[in-house]
Write a protein that binds this ligand. Structure first.
Ligand SMILES: Nc1ncnc2c1ncn2[C@@H]1O[C@H](COP(=O)(O)OP(=O)(O)OP(=O)(O)O)[C@@H](O)[C@H]1O
Length: 593
């Protein structure tokens, strides 16, 4: 209803056109009756021509209204489809990573295409044909009763079962259609994952296995569709059969009445035509039912998206939005006894991946975070721009809880470089200038990220297209582009999540040098596997299984000869082995070291 409501008057006019065209259509048999009876009574030709002219006029009027009803109602259904799609798309942008973790992309694609289409058919053509059916039926029935109530009863007796068939088949169609759509979601998911994992599939020589997996789902989809087709196919013939029985009864009883002279030939012919007029809407009713059932099944699937509430949202009561104080440099960040657990599946208890983390980063300072794989570095960083919310404790920016800052304001302040760099299939200029206003900022940022020469070395320069139908950057180039994109917005807080892991140590050192210069005055939080990336930070956190194992400056941590020191030793050893052409990482020397 919310999507239909804005167009209610237009829809009402469209439906009026349906009613008017149906009324005119229902007038025609009566005109034929008059003509036939007039001919039988030997009326002058002029009278018959007059009836014929009226029929032409009525048909023309009917044509005009039919055109309008289709144009308006089908047109409005397209507009509603558009509005619904826009709302879905906008809602998808608000949903949090946790929701996406539970939802398959292919399924979403199926919903945004196929299901919206089914909803459109229900709000457009189905409503139009339903109105046509109701009014066509009522008009035809009234004329039939006016001609002969007895004959009408005889004609309708076999049709009593039709509503029952509609109900039974309708329910079955609804269920089967939902199954078909769900399978279509599986199919799109498979194709989407197949396409994005093509390299891996080839490398593991899994083409045949993937083909089999696809065949299985595709065959099942086919079978479910065929089952649906069978139901739809049953609708028409069963309606026609029972309507046909009615027609046969009318022919028998009515024919006898004509022979006996109790009704005129004109009235009998008109009655037959009205019965046909009644039959077609009834047959259409089966189809309309199927359209509504499909639309309802699809709308239920769309509501799964629309009813999902984002776990991370703008401050709402009891919270009050608090503006951030103006700043020309960085902002202070404080974590107070922060805890975090990812939502667990049903029946499982959530496992805390961050436990009691407290640290203060003054404005303009750099915090380094190191720790083994899975120690919680990425999770910790994601709590600052609220990609997820803490499950205990608080994250503060300049003393304000991040949950009290409007999301747009908060995220404007933060330049986030995720672990996996994703660039859009656009030009380099568009990618690097994403979200920033001044094109010069992108150029400046490309210099900091040591990417300017690479970009200007491409034949297309800044206008080089990336991704599909464009060039593909190397892993390190992608990371640098992603870093430049974050810096170009000149945020007051820069967060790097292992953002230089694919860059060689030499380039990393050059980037970090430039970065220190570029970040002067801004706050930075840098997580990395490699100590080289964070050794110059003002403060360093060493994470271990979600807890702070150690913290301090580089020198303090070295003096302590604890975890940090061990980590550094190990990495130095690795670098030495990698630097030595004879050394291979799998050699036992490293394992024991
Ligand atoms: N979406 C998720 N749902 C459930 N658990 C998750 C999710 N993402 C990460 N985890 C778990 O949280 C823990 C911390 O993961 P996180 O990605 O923060 O570690 P990390 O230190 O950044 O690791 P890496 O250096 O390998 O990137 C891990 O045990 C991981 O299995």
């Amino acid at each position: 209803m919310p999507w239909v409501k804005p167009y209610r008057w237009r829809i009402a006019y469209g439906l009026l056109c349906v009613v008017l065209s149906t009324a005119m259509f229902s007038w025609l048999p009566t005109l034929i009756r008059h003509a036939l009876d007039a001919m039988a009574a030997g009326a002058p030709l002029r009278d018959i021509l007059k009836t014929a002219a009226t029929m032409v006029g009525v048909t023309l009027g009917m044509a005009v209204f039919r055109f309008q009803m289709r144009e308006i109602l089908n047109g409005v259904s397209r507009i509603i489809e558009h509005d619904l799609r826009e709302d879905l798309f906008a809602h998808l942008a608000r949903l949090d990573p946790g929701w996406y973790g539970r939802t398959r992309t292919g399924e979403l694609m199926a919903k945004l295409t196929n299901d919206i289409g089914a909803v459109r058919m229900a709000v457009g053509p189905a409503i139009m044909y339903l109105t046509n059916t109701i009014f066509g039926g009522v008009f035809a029935l009234s004329f039939m009763i006016a001609i002969s109530p007895r004959l009408t009863l005889i004609a309708l007796a076999p049709m009593i079962v039709l509503p029952l068939i509609t109900l039974r088949l309708g329910k079955a169609i609804h269920d089967r259609f939902e199954r078909v759509q769900a399978r279509f979601g599986d199919l799109t998911t498979l194709v989407q994952e197949h396409l994005s994992g093509l390299r891996i599939i080839r490398a593991y020589r899994q083409e045949d296995a993937e083909q089999r997996r696809f065949d299985d789902i595709s065959r099942d989809y086919l079978e479910r569709n065929v089952a649906l087709v069978r139901l739809n196919a049953m609708m028409g013939p069963s309606f026609t059969f029972f309507a046909g029985l009615g027609a046969a009864a009318v022919l028998g009883f009515g024919g006898a009445q004509v022979v006996a002279g109790t009704i005129s030939v004109g009235a009998f012919v008109a009655f037959g035509l009205y019965l046909a007029n009644l039959t077609w809407p009834l047959i259409a009713l089966g189809w309309v039912t199927s359209l509504f059932q499909r639309g309802a099944a699809s709308m239920t699937r769309l509501l799964d998206i629309l009813d999902a509430t984002p776990a991370v949202a703008d401050p709402a009561p009891p919270r009050v939005a608090v503006p951030l104080p103006p700043t020309s440099g960085g902002r202070g960040i404080t974590l107070e006894h922060v805890r975090f657990a990812y939502p667990a599946r049903e029946g499982e208890t959530p496992r805390e991946v961050l436990q009691d983390i407290s640290v203060t980063v003054p404005p303009g300072a750099t915090l380094g975070i190191v720790g083994a794989t899975g120690s919680g570095k990425s999770t910790l960083l994601e709590l600052i721009p609220r990609l997820a919310d803490v499950t205990g404790g608080r994250v503060l920016i300049d003393g304000v809880d991040v949950r009290d800052i409007p999301l747009a304001v908060l995220r404007q302040e933060i330049g986030f470089v995720p672990q996996e760099s994703l660039l859009f299939s656009e030009t380099l200029a568009t990618n690097l200038g994403y979200g920033s206003e001044n094109p010069d900022d992108a150029r400046w940022a490309s210099e900091v990220a040591q990417l300017r020469e690479t970009i200007e070395g491409f034949p297309g320069g800044w206008d080089t297209m990336l991704g599909e139908r464009g060039i593909n950057l190397s892993g390190g180039q992608k990371q640098r582009a992603s870093l430049a994109r974050a810096l170009a917005r000149r945020p007051s807080v820069v967060i790097l999540d292992d953002a230089l892991s694919a860059v060689d140590t030499h380039t990393e050192a050059a980037i970090l040098r430039e970065l220190r210069h570029a970040l002067a005055g801004r706050t930075a939080i840098i997580a990395s596997h490699r100590i080289t990336a964070i050794r110059d930070a003002n403060w360093i956190l060493v994470l271990d299984e979600g807890r702070v194992a150690e913290q301090g400056t580089h020198d303090e941590l070295l003096r302590r000869q604890g975890r940090y020191w061990t980590l550094l030793r190990r990495q130095q050893l690795e670098d030495e082995i990698e630097g030595d052409p004879a050394g291979r990482p799998e050699e036992p020397a490293l394992r024991s070291g």
